[in-house]
Ligand binder design. Structure first.
Ligand code: AMP
Length: 445
């Protein structure tokens, strides 16, 4: 444990006040290491992922350094972009800017977030009004640069957040174009969960004599996370998942899938079984993703099914469990996924369902995290779930004129009866049960 306090870190009273209001008592290890280094003006290469407090690690010294430039003037010229934070996804962009707003609430510094997938015209006037701190995804920032709604010649500080993910997502050319527009004399900070050769190369392009800091190599070695593996056939995964979701520690769970298709399908299947589930993935609109995330954060949705890209950087406090329904093929993604749980000292469980053809990816993961994950004996599974493509297609068929049975279960249809459904539902009059059938068939995916 570090014994440094925020007050020891030479942060201004208005920042300290915001931290107290955010409920932050002491700096996390990455904050204790990074804040003094950034305040001294060093470039930084930081090995840290979401959940370690990395956002405040760069945002707090950034605010401290920008404080002298804070102005209550309404003139855009008095609010040039001084700090640019590049992030890979919209979700992370929104989160980072929300955090910055919270930390800067007692200052006159302005921040703004811009990301793709929404009408660019809604962002332009805010940009033109002037902001000191701009959080952006690379593609959308380039759009704004092309439209001349933003100038980057005044940037003093650059942050590349989740740099490894930006490379995975093919942002290297965009990053290079943006970099070429920034002043050469600036401070640059790079955060990455992993240190691949590509990341090292990127750091050579972006940073000057950076100080390297690393906190607990990854959450994979975080003692707060209990990792478990079930070796299970693909066709038994659903039954195992529903069993796991009934467990006491499964109050709020993120279930990861490899593909958007599996994510959507799983969400629909679970909904049919009475689980409040929703999916977030790249095919969902921005507002759908935000809505699903908000519902999950508020506890209205208990199971959020996500693909890696959609889940990247999600900031959800005290998530007790993540389940890898399909394990990722890139071992680093495993580290990112399980980092959603076991945060800030809380304990968490990360469970992976591994089919025989996925075992080689499990080996890669274990090599990366340098530990063998405990294999759990497979429980006896109830085979009440139908599976397979043809069932999925049946679900999309138009409703039959007089449905007499549930096409999924091949037995008399009784709506809404699940293990957790209230008893009185079973006793609903038959006429009401029938009335619900067409509506269920119409439910969109
Ligand atoms: P991050 O790694 O930046 O995504 O932060 C993960 C979570 O930890 C966020 O919900 C932050 O609000 C929270 N957090 C960051 N720093 C601290 C701190 N010093 N004390 C308590 N919570 C923190």
């Amino acid at each position: 444990m570090n014994t440094v306090s925020f007050a020891d870190l030479n942060l201004a009273p208005e920042i300290l006040k915001a931290l107290t209001e955010s409920g932050y008592a002491t700096p996390t290890p990455i904050q204790a290491q990074a804040i003094p280094l950034v305040l001294e003006g060093n470039d930084l290469m930081a090995g840290a992922q979401t959940g370690t407090g990395k956002t405040a690690a760069f945002a707090l010294p950034m605010l401290q350094k920008l404080l002298p430039h804070a102005s209550s003037s309404t003139s855009p010229a008095r609010h040039p972009v001084r700090a640019l934070i590049l992030v890979p996804t919209r979700e992370l962009a929104i989160q980072v800017e929300e955090n910055i707003k919270a930390y800067a609430k007692h200052t006159k510094l302005r921040s703004l977030v811009v990301f793709g997938g929404v009408d660019i015209k809604t962002q332009t006037p805010h940009l033109k009004n002037g902001v000191e701190i701009l959080v952006a995804t690379p593609g959308r920032l380039l759009d704004h640069i092309e439209q001349k709604s933003v100038q980057l010649g005044t940037v003093q500080m650059l942050v590349l957040d989740e740099a490894d993910r930006m490379l995975d997502m093919g942002f290297m050319p965009a990053l290079k174009r943006i970099l070429a527009l920034l002043p050469r004399t600036r401070q640059s900070l790079m955060f990455s969960a992993t240190f691949s050769d590509e990341i090292k190369k990127l750091s050579e392009d972006f940073l000057i004599y950076p100080t390297l800091i690393e906190v607990a190599r990854s959450n994979a070695s975080n003692e707060n996370i209990t990792q478990k593996v079930y070796l299970v056939e693909h066709e038994d995964k659903h039954a195992l998942l529903t069993q796991l979701l009934r467990g006491d520690d499964a109050k709020q769970v993120i279930v990861f899938t490899k593909t958007k298709l599996t994510a959507s399908r799983l969400a629909r299947q679970l909904q049919r079984e009475g689980v409040t589930a929703d999916a977030i993935h790249g095919d969902k609109s921005q507002s759908e993703r935000i809505q699903a995330l908000d519902a999950f954060k508020q506890g209205k949705v208990t199971v959020l099914i996500a693909t890696d890209v959609a889940a990247r950087g999600l900031d959800i406090d005290s998530l007790p469990m993540v389940i890898n329904y399909e394990i990722p093929h890139a071992a680093e993604d495993y580290v990112h996924r399980i980092g959603r749980t076991g945060r800030a000292g809380a304990s968490g469980t990360a469970i992976s369902l591994v089919a025989p053809d996925e075992e080689r990816y499990l080996q890669d993961i274990e090599k990366l995290i340098k530990q063998q994950i405990k294999r759990e004996p497979l429980p006896v599974l109830s085979k009440s779930r139908p599976r397979g493509e043809h069932r999925e297609r049946e679900y999309h068929r138009p409703p039959p004129q007089k449905p007499s049975h549930d096409p999924w279960f091949d037995k008399p249809y009784v709506p809404n009866i699940t293990a957790s459904a209230p008893l009185e539902k079973k006793e609903e009059p038959v006429s009401r049960q029938k009335a619900q059938i067409p509506a269920l068939f119409r439910r969109p995916g």
